[in-house]
Structure formats: C-alpha cells, structure tokens
Design a protein around this ligand. Structure first.
Ligand SMILES: Cc1cc2nc3c(=O)[nH]c(=O)nc-3n(C[C@H](O)[C@H](O)[C@H](O)COP(=O)(O)O)c2cc1C
Ligand code: SF4
Ligand code: SF4
Length: 307
C-alpha cells in the first residue's frame, strides 16, 4: 500500500475564490485633497492660481508606501482668501496647500497675513508670489508668518509679471507683456513637479544689494499705513455711477454715495478699483492721471468678483 499523499489537483473554483479575496483585501484608494488659496486685485495671481489648480487636478498614480493603496487626487479646489477668512476652521486633512498672492511694497498683503494665522493644517505648503519686478523680502515675510503657525512652508516661488501699481511704471509694450506671460507655463510645470514629489525649493530673491535698505525703509513705513492710503483716491466727473469699483473691491471698502465712490479706510491697496473703472475716473495721487490702466489679459471684473 502506498503511503505517499497524492497532490490534490487545484480546484478552479478555489482558485477563483482566493484571487477574488486578494482583490477585496487590497486597501481602498486614498483621496488627497489639494487647496489653492489666492488673493488678486487685477487678475495676475488669479491666472497663476487657476493654472496651478488645473494642473494639480490630474490624478496622481502614486502608491501609499505604508498600505500600498493607490493615492488619487480627484480635484484641487481653488478658494479666494476673502471667502476662506469667513469660514470657521475645520479638521479637514489637506495634502497640499498653495498660497498665491501679489507683492505690495515688498510685503505680502495684510489680508494674506491674517489668513495665514488661521490657515488649515496641510502636509505640504507652497507659496507663489506674483509681482512687477522687485519682490524684496516678501517671500521671507510670508515664510516667517507661516513659521509662527502649525504649518511649515515647503516651497516658495516668485513669478515676475506686469506691475498693476500704475503710479510708478511706464506702460509696458504688448511685446513686453507677452514676454512676461510666456514664461508662466514653464514655471507652473516646475512648481507642480516639486509639489508632486514633495521637494523643498526656495526661489532666489532679486532685490539689488545696495537698494535693499532704502527700499525696505521706504516701503515698510508705507506698508504700515496701507488701510488708510485710500484717502489719496479721488474720483473725477467721468464717473457714471456704474458700481464696478464697489463690486471688484475684495474687502468691501467702497460705497457709492450720491452715485460716487467713497473709501472707508480698510483698504488693502490691491488697486482693483482704479484699474477696473471703465471710465478711468479714479486716481491715486496725481501720478496716476493719464496712465494706462492695467488688467490681466483674459480677465474681466466678474472673474475678480467671484469671492
Ligand atoms: C500698492 C502696490 C504695491 C506694489 N508693490 C510692488 C513691489 O514692491 N514690488 C513688485 O515687484 N510689484 C509690486 N506691485 C505690483 C504687483 O505685485 C503685481 O502687479 C501683481 O502681479 C498684481 O497681482 P494681481 O493682478 O493678482 O493683483 C505692487 C502693486 C500695488 C498695487
Ligand atoms: S467704477 Fe468708475 S465709473 Fe463706475 S462707479 Fe466706480 S468710479 Fe464711477
Ligand atoms: S478700495 Fe480699491 S485698492 Fe482698496 S482694497 Fe478696495 S479695490 Fe483694492
């Protein structure tokens, strides 16, 4: 009598059950939530924020190293900072948080600093500044504000575009505007690759060494007075009482009184009102008279009113 155990043939049904058990045991995909918060007066920062949100909404094919689960980003939400400030803090887990903002007098806008203080916690935080040509130490100021919170800034970038501070610059030619905007997409790709790989990065600061102390002294003094700098706005007889200035103001700082705008001294100096007025009826000191107004190409007041 043979003592050897014959090898039992594999039952195809058992095989099917085993393999389907394997499938059901696979960890469920993890959904990552990304948020891009932005502040914008004339659309430069909004344009950059939209491009980032669109690029970062593509699903990631990453695997979670611990569980092996597929990590999927379903969407990246684009949130105006002016709206986010009115939402109570939540425990929502954010994978990647982007902040996109303009530079004012070598500083971040005051309202962005207010937001940073109550910003939700995120695994990876990156900051993108849009500016004219001189970022000063605005990026460092954003970083030190973030350092005072539970978040850390993992990456910081500067995208020089066109200045909407029409007091100073000469109007740029269409060629120069094209040249500035043609570089955006490459920079967006660079930023998004760093986001996807979780890389640390800090753009170099560009202010010339000798002008730094003067710029900082002059700008910082003016920056402290920002909320009341709207006392220098005037309106001329071309005003048609259309209300655009009231609607584009991100902080509701303008009322129409007898059909003309009045400023209420809680200004952010975003220059939306002066640049979007269809009649160029608003001025800020005599230095804006006869200057061409600036709006980011492809943007309308409606884009900025969506708060
Ligand atoms: C009051 C004010 C101050 C500004 N100061 C600077 C500055 O110090 N350096 C700079 O490069 N650009 C400066 N700018 C230009 C803006 O940073 C730049 O045009 C920005 O892209 C505008 O963004 P937005 O279109 O999203 O509002 C200033 C603009 C304003 C209105
Ligand atoms: S946007 Fe210009 S025209 Fe319209 S109400 Fe304001 S100042 Fe007057
Ligand atoms: S009053 Fe004008 S410059 Fe000041 S925050 Fe409103 S839109 Fe911007």
């Amino acid at each position: 009598m043979s003592t050897s155990n014959p090898v039992s043939p594999v039952n195809p049904y058992d095989q099917f059950v085993q393999s389907s058990q394997k499938i059901t045991e696979k960890p469920a995909p993890i959904t990552k939530v990304n948020k891009i918060y932005y502040f914008s007066g004339t659309g430069n920062s909004l344009l950059v924020a939209r491009k980032l949100a669109s690029r970062l909404s593509k699903p990631w094919a990453d695997k979670d190293p611990k569980s092996g689960a597929d990590m999927v980003v379903l969407e990246t939400q684009l949130v105006p900072i002016v709206s986010a400030l009115h939402v109570p803090p939540s425990d929502e887990k954010i994978s990647c948080l982007g902040l996109v903002l303009p530079v004012y007098m070598s500083n971040p806008p005051h309202i962005v600093l207010d937001f940073i203080a109550k910003m939700p916690k995120a695994d990876y935080v990156f900051v993108v500044l849009t500016c004219g040509m001189m970022v000063g130490d605005a990026l460092y100021k954003v970083q030190s504000a973030i350092d005072k919170t539970k978040n850390r800034m993992n990456a910081g970038y500067v995208i020089p575009l066109i200045s909407n501070f029409i007091v100073l610059p000469k109007t740029k030619s269409d060629k120069k505007v094209d040249a500035s905007f043609s570089k955006i997409d490459d920079k967006i790709n660079f930023i998004c690759k760093n986001v996807e790989t979780g890389f640390f990065h800090m753009d170099k600061q560009t202010t010339p060494f000798l002008t730094k102390p003067i710029n900082w002294a002059a700008f910082d003094t003016m920056y402290e007075k920002v909320p009341e700098l709207d006392k220098k706005f005037t309106v001329n007889d071309s005003c048609t009482s259309c209300g655009t200035c009231v609607n584009v103001c991100p902080v509701d700082n303008i009322d129409l009184k007898d059909g003309k705008p009045e400023w209420n001294h809680r200004c952010e100096m975003c220059f939306a009102c002066i640049n979007w007025c269809p009649e160029s009826a608003i001025n800020w000191t005599k230095f804006t008279e006869k200057k061409k107004r600036y709006q980011c190409r492809g943007m309308t007041p409606t884009d900025l009113i969506l708060k």
